[in-house]
Design a protein around this ligand. Structure first.
Ligand code: NAD
Ligand code: LMR
Length: 332
């Protein structure tokens, strides 16, 4: 069932709506960049109580844009209300790591957010709900949310590696002095973290394998670390983590989920593994994926050379460790 064929506004719930990604995201959702230029949306903003007032301020600004597609805005600090009837859930709000916080503390704090939100989605969202987790650690937060939503098909829970994908396109395009549109079949494998693996052995530039058009040292020592550590580089330069580019990637992800990926190309999506490419079933890991009929499908049968295998395995191992840690904490 395609929500867009129903003719009534699509309900889009955004968590962390008063944050910096929220501010970069909401205006573009309301102007049609999430689902398409003909699809009316109703926004539902979820925030913590202290930030509801700021979300109300953003809603005032949304009103002041008089967006023709914006059918209404609800603001709440109650997840059950926020996800009531939601067709799309953008889970952006998360607990950032602060000074003195151990990894376990971070996972625990996020478990306290994504567990209840997963449950609220399970109990209140529309049957066709589709969820994108942006808040970090995105893959494992998506795993936590999914595990609290046993009645929602597992393939409706995804995490974002589209920003990493776009970063990889941009770095490669700059290196080869080609437009980003010359590049197809880019893949980010694994975790949205510094262990992620951007794969140039399957990517193509003007229809030819990308890895054959760059030297190996650049691929290994510059390209991979630049893409994988770009998030940290942005924080270093901007004094805050990426916001507009993250919002843009979230729009790209959901837009393609609803409208399909172009023929002859694919994109990168962290989704529940079906065991493909040796990634343990159920782990939320990034794969090459196409979207057809509102569903993601992992692209099968791509060659994985030993260099790629080692890197995919490293990132997947990290995801397994995160999964085991949240299991240990009783969060899944
Ligand atoms: P931010 O701190 O500016 O905003 C986060 C917002 O979430 C805050 O307004 C906060 O009040 C809210 N929030 C916290 N707990 C909440 C809860 N339980 N329910 C609802 N809202 C809640 O952060 P930001 O810059 O907007 O980034 C948000 C998240 O996205 C961070 O975890 C960041 O690391 C992550 N991120 C992911 C990617 C990616 O590619 N996957 C890229 C950039 C940022
Ligand atoms: C990014 O990739 O820009 C973010 O995930 C970085 C971060 O740690 O918030």
């Amino acid at each position: 069932r395609n929500v867009m064929s129903q003719g009534r506004p699509v309900k889009v719930t955004v968590t962390g709506a008063a944050g910096q990604i929220g501010y970069a995201l909401l205006f573009r959702i309301a102007s049609g960049h999430l689902l398409g230029p003909d699809v009316p949306v109703r926004l539902s903003l979820l925030e913590i109580p202290q930030a509801v007032k700021a979300a109300e301020g953003t809603a005032m600004e949304l009103d002041d844009c008089a967006f023709p597609l914006l059918a209404g805005i609800d603001i709440t600090d109650d997840a059950n209300r926020a996800f009531d009837g939601a067709n799309v859930g953008l889970l952006v709000g998360a607990r950032p790591r602060t000074k003195g916080m151990e990894r376990g503390d971070l996972l625990q704090a996020n478990g306290g957010i994504f567990g209840p939100q997963g449950r609220a989605i399970n109990d209140h969202a529309a049957d066709d709900v589709r969820v994108l987790v942006v808040g970090n650690p995105a893959n494992t937060n998506a795993l936590i949310a999914r595990s609290h939503a046993p009645d929602v098909p597992a393939d409706r829970f995804t995490a974002m590696t589209r920003l990493d994908h776009n970063r990889a396109l941009s770095q490669l395009a700059a290196r080869l002095d080609v437009p980003v549109t010359a590049i197809t079949k880019m893949t980010i494998w694994g975790n949205h973290s510094a262990t992620q693996y951007p794969d140039l052995y399957n990517a193509e530039v003007n229809g030819k394998i990308a890895a054959e058009q760059v030297d190996e040292a650049w691929l290994r020592d510059t390209f991979i670390p630049t893409v994988a550590k770009r998030g940290a580089a942005i924080i270093e330069a901007r004094g805050a983590s990426s916001a507009a580019s993250a919002a843009n990637a979230a729009l790209n992800h959901v837009h393609d989920w609803f409208n399909g990926t172009p023929e002859g190309d694919w994109t990168s999506v962290a989704l529940s593994s079906d065991g493909s490419y040796g990634v343990p079933e159920g782990l939320i890991s990034s794969f090459p994926a196409v979207s057809r009929g509102g569903e993601w499908h992992i692209v099968q049968g791509l060659p994985v050379n030993p260099f790629s295998r080692e890197r995919i395995d490293t990132s997947v191992r990290e995801l397994i460790e995160e999964r085991d840690a949240v299991k240990e904490l009783g969060l899944i």
